[in-house]
Write a protein that binds this ligand. Structure first.
Ligand code: GLU
Length: 471
């Protein structure tokens, strides 16, 4: 990194140390929690239309305190080892915070996906996967990748297929990767899970009367002015759920420019415009912003950075007007920026908590794959029959029959998507309350990130102690 700015991995460790300083675990245990347990760096050749090209990739397993380790695979032209290590570490803390029983990991391939055809990306993905198989860096009980920036369900299908081809007959093979299409062993609701989790977390934060009062904001999400950076999977779904909950999306930022419309933007209309024109710029009725970073400084209540790391920096933090920063992305706020914002009383809802919805639903997918049964399949009809009996008893006691529509709504048993969303909602609310309690109990903790890291360190430490590694 240039100058004296911290690298991404160093930034994560600054946050870790800030929390660790408040706890009295032995230094050796803290070092073990903090360390990246295994770093696999590879260079592999793939034949593309340009001839043979050598691609650089990584898989980092940050913490083996729980197995498998878990985390996405990022495809981007700038990926580097420091970044993958940082992202893997964040996965460990994230999983601990939301009680998902995995260690953290992350993968990356340095590739500009826009320069390659689908077929070439498939070759790259399959080759990367077989390198992971060869080194035992993938498997349902070892290391389970998922989508991240630059990858999606499509890549996960290629990974699963490659893994299964190399491990014929392995009963649980489908659980070697999550974020698969629903038709290929995936789970309903995984695509929108991170955005939905961001929404649940924000809703919970905005529901705390005392916190909102301190920020000078009204309680509740309705009417809050929101700016979203990034309209990828996380940003798009976060914006959409917030809009549905009554937020006004006053600004969006994409790579090629931003949009500002104080009366609100319709997220789907913006995305349609972007698909048709190849840019979000010149969206009718909105002001186009150049450079795109200007969108982060718009007048708003909530800023959702949902693109990449290092977006809110010491440089732009003094000009940021949002009272709440909701970290949909991993690592969007630098340590220097965080200090500036906290001094100004801004509420930062940290990545390690707020974007954990993705890995939470990945956990449900993994469980589904291991159990070989769709959520809701076994109990749905039974629950419906029980509700039917209850309604009949009420009808008999009151003499009033239920209307058909009302009856259908009451007796409807849960489908997979209902259970996934309910599990996600419970997870996000429960974790928020845990973090809030940690913050309230300790007068030395003034921010949610430190509280979240304290929660993570306690949980990871406990499992190391249970393993008997640190007596
Ligand atoms: N890549 C996502 C994240 O950063 C999801 C990881 C997963 O589902 O394993 O949390």
């Amino acid at each position: 990194m240039a100058g004296n700015h911290l690298s991404f991995y160093e930034t994560v460790n600054v946050y870790f140390e800030k929390a660790a300083a408040l706890l009295d675990y032995p230094r050796g245990l803290l070092e073990q929690i903090k360390a990246c347990n295994a770093v696999y760096a590879i260079q592999f050749p793939v034949r593309t239309s340009r001839g043979y090209e050598v691609f650089e990739g990584w898989r980092v397993q940050h913490s083996h305190h729980r197995l498998p380790v878990k985390g996405g695979i990022r495809y981007a032209p700038e990926v580097n080892q420091d970044e993958v290590m940082a992202l893997a570490a964040l996965m460990t803390y994230k999983c601990a915070i939301v009680d998902v029983p995995f260690g953290g990991a992350k993968g990356g391939v340095r590739v500009d996906t826009k320069q390659y055809t689908e077929e070439e990306l498939q070759h790259i993905t399959r080759r990367y996967t077989s390198e992971l198989v060869n080194k035992n860096f993938i498997g349902p009980g070892i290391d389970v990748p998922a989508p991240d920036y630059g990858t999606s369900a499509r890549e996960m299908t290629w990974i699963a297929d490659t893994y299964m081809a190399l491990n014929p007959g392995q009963l649980d093979a489908l659980a070697c990767v999550t974020g698969k299409p629903v038709t290929q062993g995936g789970i309903s609701g995984r695509v929108e899970a991170t955005g939905r989790g961001v929404y649940y977390g924000l809703r919970e934060a905005c529901d705390q009367a005392d916190e909102m009062k301190a920020l000078g904001l009204a309680r509740g999400l309705a009417g809050k002015r929101v700016v979203v950076q990034g309209l990828g999977n996380v940003g798009y779904h976060s914006a959409k759920f917030c809009q549905e909950a009554g937020c006004v999306i006053v600004g969006v930022a994409e790579r090629d420019g931003g949009l500002h419309r104080p009366q609100g933007l319709d997220v789907d209309a913006v995305v349609r415009h972007q698909k048709e024109r190849g840019t979000i710029r010149e969206f009718p009725g909105a002001r186009t912003l150049t450079p795109t970073g200007a969108a982060l400084e718009l007048d708003c209540d909530i800023l959702i950075p949902a693109a990449l790391e290092n977006q809110v920096t010491a440089d732009n933090a003094p000009r940021i007007k949002a009272r709440i920063i909701a970290e949909g992305a991993n690592g969007p706020t630098t340590a220097e920026a965080e200090k500036i914002l906290l001094d100004r009383g801004v509420l930062i809802i940290p990545d390690v908590y707020l974007n954990a919805g993705g890995v939470t639903v990945s956990y449900f997918e993994w469980v589904k794959n291991l159990s070989h049964v769709r959520f809701g399949r076994v109990g749905k009809r039974f629950e419906e029959a029980a509700s039917e009996r209850m309604l009949a008893a009420i009808e008999q006691a009151t003499g009033r029959p239920f209307a058909e529509a009302e009856r259908r709504q009451i007796v409807r048993g849960p489908d997979e998507i209902d259970l996934v969303n309910s599990g996600l909602e419970e997870t996000m609310i429960g974790a928020y309350q845990q973090i809030r309690e940690i913050k309230q109990r300790d007068a030395r903790i003034h921010d949610l990130r430190t509280a979240a890291f304290v929660s993570a360190i306690h949980k990871v430490a406990r499992s190391y102690l249970e393993l008997g590694i640190f007596p």
